[in-house]
Design a protein. Structure first.
Lengths: 118, 191
């Protein structure tokens, strides 16, 4: 499975996937937050296909933005489904330490060196 | 609280702003290690700020596309470059993207410099450091950076430079200029 939900997915209204919810139960999912699926022996059985597509897409750590790109889900919808997965313990999320503040001088210097070396 | 995950890189955000057709997606693709990624957000009537829904019952949502790229610097740090939609009505997305952003590249198209005005206002108000890159994609240097600086009325310390958004090395120079600028601001205590 490619993880894309594009095939015919647009025939239904985006928020029907979230049973009408337009806000996630939590606000951990910044665009650049890294999400990774919690490894399981067998895939959980109580989830919707979209949840499974997300879990597949974050088997290795991926940003929320990348997950939106890979699954084809609109960001708002993705965030709600990610909240479901987080609440149920199926994913872990890592918010960048630079999510809410600009990087410090040390980090900026490192970034500069790394970009020069690209 | 978030559960913490070990060995996951910290993300940095760089915004690429500019009017429609200024070359944002091209610039992001020039340096991204993956093909430019694409996501969209559904704007509901609420997020658009529409208070009069008369006549729009058939369509209360529309989608906003957001292109972005990724540059992995090392195992600790990854940069995401977001090509942000220029129109005012998408500002709800900008607020999130601007928070904690390392800085921004304002990509100027000299044929439509006025497209940058709102963007520059936005970054100035939120104290997001930025550089102005004049995209010379047609190879015509009709404007010199000094003229563009005057036309855009940006602070004297804001770097204004020419670039070719298609060329990796050119985009790299813009990025270096931006990070150097942010570093100088931080060191001078103005950040």
């Amino acid at each position: 499975m490619s993880g894309s939900l594009d095939d015919g997915g647009r025939l239904i209204r985006p928020y029907s996937l979230t049973r009408g919810r337009t806000r996630p139960s939590r606000s951990d999912f910044a665009m650049t937050s890294q999400v990774v699926a919690v490894p399981r022996m067998a895939p959980p059985t109580d989830l919707e296909p979209e949840h499974h597509a997300i879990l597949e897409a974050c088997a290795a750590p991926a940003s929320v933005a990348e997950l939106a790109s890979r699954t084809g889900l609109p960001l708002g919808v993705l965030r709600i489904l990610l909240s479901d997965l987080l609440d149920a313990g199926h994913v872990m999320v890592h918010e960048s330490q630079w999510q809410r503040r600009r990087p410090d001088v040390h980090t900026l210097r490192t970034v500069l060196d790394r970009i020069r070396a690209l | 609280m978030s559960e913490r995950v070990g060995a996951v890189p910290d993300a940095l955000k760089i915004l690429v702003a500019g009017g429609f057709g200024a070359g944002k997606t091209t610039l992001v693709s020039a340096l991204s290690e993956v093909e430019s990624l694409h996501t969209e957000e559904v704007m509901t009537a609420e997020s658009v700020g529409v208070d009069d829904l008369d006549g729009v019952e058939t369509k209360t949502t529309t989608t906003v596309a957001l292109d972005f790229g990724r540059i992995t610097l090392d195992e600790h740090t990854v940069i995401y470059m977001f090509g942000t939609p220029g129109q005012q009505r998408f500002s709800f997305m900008w607020e999130e993207l601007a928070e904690g952003a390392l800085g921004a590249i304002v990509l100027a198209d000299t044929r439509r410099l006025e497209d940058c005005f709102d963007t520059i206002d936005f970054f100035e108000q939120r104290e997001v450091p930025f550089v102005v890159a004049v995209n010379c994609f047609d190879g015509v240097r009709t404007h010199m950076p000094a003229d563009v600086r005057i036309a855009l009325d940006v602070d004297p310390n804001v770097p204004v430079m020419l670039c070719d958004a298609r060329e990796r090395e050119s985009v790299k120079r813009v990025m270096i200029e931006l990070v150097s600028h942010v570093l100088e601001l931080e060191l001078s205590g103005a950040g």
